[in-house]
Ligand binder design. Sequence first.
Ligand code: NAD
Ligand code: UFG
Length: 344
Amino acid sequence: MQIGDTSPTILVTGGAGYIGSHTVLALLEGGYQVVVLDNLCNSSEEALRRVEALTDGAIDFVCGDVRDSAELERIFTRFEIAAVIHFAGLKAVGESVRSPLAYYQNNVEGTLSLCQAMQKAGVKKLVFSSSATVYGANAPVPYRETYPRGNSSNPYGRSKAMVEQVLEDICTADASWSVASLRYFNPIGAHPSGLIGEDPLGIPNNLMPFIAQVAVGKLPELAIFGQDYPTDDGTCIRDYLHVMDLAEGHVAALRRLSVAGIAYFNLGTGQGYSVLDIVQAFERVTGRKIAYRFAERREGDLPAFWADASKAKKDLGWSASRGLDEMMADTWKWQSKNPKGYRG
Ligand code: NAD
Ligand code: UFG
């Protein structure tokens, strides 16, 4: 898909969420028009208002569920949608173990109803939010797209792997579909304005928002899960990437949706950092001290993984350009300006 004289309209499911809101911003800046479908179960409409303010753009927002076929049909009738970016879903690994049905319903059933509506409307271009978790426990690092999907240890990961399989089968059955399944590594950071960012409900599951909330005085200390992993400093290694780089990766993937079939892309930097590296980088860049203690390993955590990001560079012309210091500075700008997130 190319941006021509007209601005194509993109349906963004889950567009009010963390990655979605940053991607909507990148889309508006890239000359696209955007319709967001989100049920706001883990987000706030305020994020979209702020994106509008930042871009001077207008977003068509539909508050609804991606599993609601009638709502989807109304959207595809009302707007001339050129392609869909599908973020909507649940993402907390621990919660998925306790509530598997909710995960399969939102993530798998949600994608099925979306694809059905797309097929009916003749819209067959899709960018899907997948995850590095689909490589499973035994893949060697760095992860490459050619590796088979492994066995994920939790329903969240399995829901992503299932959806990839469904999308692959749809593309095999009908050559007019074009799908990019983007396997994200660990997105962190925020838009440099500090106006939009990650706003988890309750106590954060993920490292970066937890650190940011310790820094702002909302939480007393960070528990570092495990100090005896087979890494240089004993803490786990991940491939952290700036959420604006990730957002731009979606725009790059959208542009490639003229190629038939499904393609998988790792979106990461290709560089791993340990938990202690992240704590130290945050302290250095922000001048805030982070109180931490070591705790037991968290079940299901893998010692170390990062991306081979060369395919995205070659085929999408995309690579992450923002470094760790920028990720830390932007996380802190968002958190310090919005200590209570969008509810402040
Ligand atoms: P998020 O929770 O901030 O965004 C998800 C959005 O989807 C929210 O706005 C939520 O309200 C909406 N939503 C959920 N279920 C819905 C439904 N049934 N109908 C309509 N809207 C619904 O999460 P995020 O971090 O922005 O993640 C976006 C996508 O990327 C998710 O699919 C997630 O699994 C995937 N992903 C995230 C990460 C990460 O570390 N954040 C890593 C890999 C993959
Ligand atoms: N960690 C802590 N303390 C915390 C939170 C995290 O020590 O309070 C550690 C974890 O043990 C892990 C690292 O920080 O070693 C990163 O943990 P996150 O929870 O931030 O991220 P994960 O790598 O576990 O998972 C994230 C997303 C998943 C996605 C995966 C792969 O949450 O959805 O990246 O991309 F599947």
